[in-house]
Design a protein around this ligand. Structure first.
Ligand code: FCX
Length: 450
């Protein structure tokens, strides 16, 4: 079938059975313990959450439904021979677990195109925003404004049976994904770019390329960059802020799982409400906003040291950043322990399309300088670059120079991952993560007894 919903519907019963069996046969086994250190340190690394769409290995990095980024670049359908994958193909993979054919990816493109028009009230609302409102705040606000059309919220009101929740959640997710490029482009043209007229989508273009097109960019390289960008930022396991916040707000009841044993505090917010929660998290400087911060930091380097910077000058600059109590943006990661493959993939794209671009050269030089310095601090667990260290370079090269908009592009992509998981979370009846919290006194008391 080329119908994504039908493909999902065919998969769901088998996966529900698989989860039931996992629970029945292994329900009492411990996946890991939680130490006092982990409880104080934000439960880092405690294996206590189910997330189907991607899995992260600290050394190797992310795999989407089992596929590494280079494998996806090889296997997913492309807009042009030898080019980058189109995100619609990844959406099919994230939703169904299967690499799509070109026809299946094409059908997703068409489904998204059909639903891409923004209601007038959302555009009006965006045009009333204070000119200094950050583009991420505008994105979250626009997503919330769309919520009036939530099919899940309407279905819940009319008493839909809980086993059917996934269907309106799927519809809302597709509606939202379809509209996000239009929203992003409207934010870009209206606010970031001082009131430029909006551009209608090109009916011949795919979803990712249309995002660049509606922003006002038509260069073939830029369209390819946007397809790749929108593919690699989609998902990064379930525990990061944007994924987890989306998941928490949408989480359901344990009673949907057979053999419920204790209480939980679910929310069951629809995809618009929960994705907005994810976006307000993505807007933080240590998470998605780091791509904006990287660009600002690189601009500072260039202003203070110039373009022909030496390793020594760069070292000095990095040390001065650290000594002033700031982080080096784009480096480090909560879970990864090697160079982020999303960084490597973007560096490969830059090597192919812009090998002589000064900002690319500066970024490559930073890769030689920063990790050693961060290691010398003795506390940074991962001294290597993450996804945000490189994305701004690609955008700058194609003329997208407004760095305060960068996180919006990250957010549009993130929708594909967290909303695909959201559909599965409802299909599998996954509950909220509801860790037991303890006071310091309670922790001291328990620890003394161990
Ligand atoms: N520069 C300076 N110090 C850093 C650092 C960096 N790039 N990365 C980590 N550290 C410091 C931490 O601030 C912490 O110091 P403290 O003990 O004085 O508070 C110490 O090293 C240990 O932190 P660590 O366990 O390695 O890292 P965390 O899990 O706490 O934090 C992030 C992970 C990503 C937040 C951290 O590495 C950081 O601040 N990096 C810079 C911002 C950034 O690039 N964020 C984007 C991450 C990601 F890719 C994304 O979500 O988009």
């Amino acid at each position: 079938t080329t119908d994504l919903k039908a493909a999902l519907a065919a998969k769901i019963p088998g996966e529900q059975e698989r989860l039931k069996k996992l629970r029945k046969e292994h329900g009492s086994k411990a996946l890991g313990a939680c130490t006092v250190e982990q409880a104080i340190g934000g439960m880092r690394g405690v294996p206590a959450m189910l997330w189907e769409t991607s899995l992260l290995d600290p050394e190797e990095g992310i795999r989407f439904r089992g596929y590494s980024i280079p494998e996806l670049q090889d296997k997913l359908p492309k807009a042009k021979e030898g080019g980058e994958p189109i995100p619609e193909g990844l959406l099919w993979l994230l939703m169904t677990g299967e690499v799509p054919t070109s026809e299946q990816a094409q059908a997703v493109t068409e489904m998204l195109r059909d639903r891409s028009k923004l209601p007038d009230h959302v555009l009006k609302m965006l045009s009333c925003q204070h000119p200094d409102t950050h583009p991420m705040t505008q994105l979250a606000t626009a997503v919330l404004a769309l919520q009036v059309d939530s099919k899940f919220a309407a279905g819940y009101r009319s008493g839909i049976h809980k086993t059917k929740y996934w269907e309106p959640v799927f519809e809302d997710s597709i509606d939202l994904i379809a509209k996000l490029p239009t929203i992003a482009a409207a934010i870009y043209r209206r606010a970031v770019h001082a009131g430029l007229a909006l551009i209608e989508a090109d009916p011949k273009l795919d979803w990712g390329a249309n995002l660049a097109y509606m922003m006002g960019y038509t260069d073939e390289g830029c369209l390819e960059m946007m397809r790749l960008y929108q593919t690699i930022h989609t998902d990064h396991e379930g525990g990061n802020v944007s994924a987890h916040a989306t998941h928490l707000a949408s989480a359901g009841r344990r009673s949907l799982l057979p053999g419920r044993t204790d209480a939980s505090s679910p929310a069951l917010s629809d995809p618009y409400l929960s994705f907005a929660a994810g976006m307000t998290g993505l807007a933080g400087p240590l998470h998605g906003l780091a791509n904006q911060e990287v660009l600002r930091w690189l601009t500072d380097v260039r202003q203070q040291v110039g373009d022909n910077v030496t390793k020594e000058q760069l070292s000095e600059f990095v040390w001065s950043t650290l000594k002033s109590g700031k982080v080096v943006p784009g480096f480090g990661h909560a879970v990864l322990r090697k160079t982020d493959p999303r960084y490597t993939c973007q560096a490969g794209f830059a090597q192919k399309h812009m090998p002589e671009y000064p900002l690319f050269k500066l970024t490559a030089l930073l890769y030689q300088v920063v990790p050693d310095i961060l290691k010398q601090t003795g506390k940074v667990k991962n001294p290597y670059p993450n996804v945000d260290a490189h994305s701004g370079v690609l955008l700058q090269y194609y003329g997208i120079t407004e760095e305060n908009f960068y996180t919006v592009l990250f957010g549009v992509s993130r929708a594909l991952g967290v909303l695909s998981q959201g559909v599965w979370s409802r299909a599998l009846g996954l509950p909220i993560e509801r860790p037991k919290s303890l006071t310091m006194a309670a922790m001291e008391e328990r620890a003394l007894q161990l």
